[in-house]
Write a protein that binds this ligand. Structure first.
Ligand code: NAP
Length: 406
């Protein structure tokens, strides 16, 4: 894993919370398994062309391949080599294709392992509609939200025991001592939600809203039932808004609780109600901050509302560290056929460009991708749902986007 000689490292200034991005940053990439190499090639083509055209050669990427998944297993014997994790930590980012989830072998999921090893505590999913993309709702254009999902806690933390195990029995006995009755044939899971985890996630969501001119941050929770976990997440969220962003936020229903004068409105919604709101009044919501499980459901439901997972980008972010990734899987039956939609990885690349501060290039890619779809030049997944569309392969779709970069 030798980085290109002309590349430079991105530097994270922790005290100031600021990234220093060189003109030719070293950017590690994981091409991914199955259709990963197809969509990676297409994505690289589009991102390199956009940066070249936008900055006239003054900026470019120094790509560095790092290994994970089946390719890593084949070449190194490990699904997730230490060198890969070290490279992301050192260079501060990676762009990642989908990875096969190993069956057996002690790793639950490579994605979860990466998040935990690098403390990538926020899963960020922007959800918006691109004109022309088939959607199951009447007004998909009203959806324009960014979801910040807590990544490290909740029932996802993996603290659970199967029914009948000695650990489950021990827990059930322990709970009996606290006066709580649990059926003896129960499996058990623990749902930890901490003040630290909640506040850093909400802090990130509010900082994003302020930096991007978004008017609201909604804390999504199920605190009416789970008061000391979900309810506490909401309370700590409000506390974070007040203590860290007091002069730049206003709370819904309180004095001054109307968005305006640059303040971000903070409100909260019970998770089930949020699903209704997302369908009925999506235009009233901009940034959602939520716990792990709620965020899992919401991310996919909202992606479906604007036309499906094939186009949904995402990132997993920590402090001064981020992995940008396609949100769909490896779609192995299409591997090597140059057929699938590279939109999710390309739009994750757009998120990466914004994170680097290369906003003009990000806007250029997004506009060109939207134009290509509006021209109905699309891959099979969209073509089969659109009237009169032209079917393109993965690389042809990338070429069409590059053509539309102007
Ligand atoms: P999948 O790979 O997402 O594929 C399911 C279906 O979604 C495909 O058959 C295809 O539908 C459609 N699809 C997925 N990506 C597409 C794209 N880029 N363009 C167009 N259509 C696309 O899900 P899976 O089959 O359940 O999972 C396969 C492997 O991926 C598993 O090992 C799983 O663990 C892993 N996985 C990895 C990630 C990740 O790395 N982030 C996420 C999810 C799953 P049609 O057949 O209808 O065309």
């Amino acid at each position: 894993m030798t980085p290109p000689a002309e590349g430079r490292e991105i530097v994270w200034h922790e005290r100031e919370g600021r990234l220093e991005v060189p003109e030719r940053p070293i950017v590690p990439f994981i091409e991914g398994d199955g259709t990963g190499p197809d969509i990676w090639r297409a994505t690289k083509h589009v991102l390199d062309a956009a940066v070249e055209r936008t900055y006239g050669g003054a900026r470019s990427f120094a790509w560095l391949e790092i290994l994970a998944g089946e390719k890593a297993k084949g070449e190194t014997g490990s699904w997730l080599p230490d060198a890969t994790v070290d490279a992301i930590r050192r260079y501060r980012l990676a762009l990642k294709g989908p990875l096969t989830t190993p069956v057996g072998g002690g790793i639950r999921s490579l994605n979860v392992a990466l998040r935990q090893l690098l403390d990538l505590y926020a899963c960020v999913r922007p959800v918006r509609w691109y004109p022309g993309v088939p959607s199951p709702v009447v007004h998909p254009e009203r959806v324009d939200m960014v979801i910040f999902r807590e990544n490290t806690e909740d029932v996802y933390a993996g603290i659970e025991w199967p029914a009948g195990s000695p650990e489950a029995k021990k827990m059930i006995d322990f709970l009996a001592g606290l006066g709580k009755t649990v059926r003896p044939d129960s499996g058990l899971g623990v749902k930890p939600i901490s003040e630290t985890g909640s506040r850093r996630l909400v802090r990130r969501a509010i900082a994003y809203a302020l930096a991007n001119g978004r008017k609201t941050v909604t804390l999504v929770h199920k605190g009416n039932i789970m008061k000391f976990t979900e309810g506490a997440f909401k309370d700590w969220g409000y506390l974070e808004a007040r203590e860290t962003f007091g002069d730049r936020t206003a709370v819904e229903g309180s004095e001054g609780g109307t968005p305006g004068d640059g303040r971000v409105l903070i409100n909260d919604r019970i998770a089930d109600s949020m699903f209704q709101q997302a369908l009925l009044r999506p235009e009233e919501y901009a940034v959602l901050a939520t716990t792990n499980l709620n965020g899992d459901y919401l991310s996919d439901a909202l992606a479906a509302q604007v036309g499906g997972l094939g186009m949904a980008p995402g990132s997993n972010e920590g402090d001064g560290l981020a992995v940008f990734e396609a949100t769909h899987g490896t779609a192995p039956k299409y591997a090597g056929q140059d057929r699938v939609n590279p939109g999710s990885l390309i739009l994750s690349g757009v998120m990466m460009l914004r994170w680097l501060g290369w906003i003009e290039a990000a806007d250029a890619v997004e506009t060109a991708l939207a134009r290509t779809i509006a021209e109905k030049r699309v891959t099979y997944d969209l073509e089969r749902q659109m009237e009169g569309a032209t079917l393109l392969g993965t690389s042809e779709f990338a070429a069409a986007i590059v053509e539309n970069l102007g």
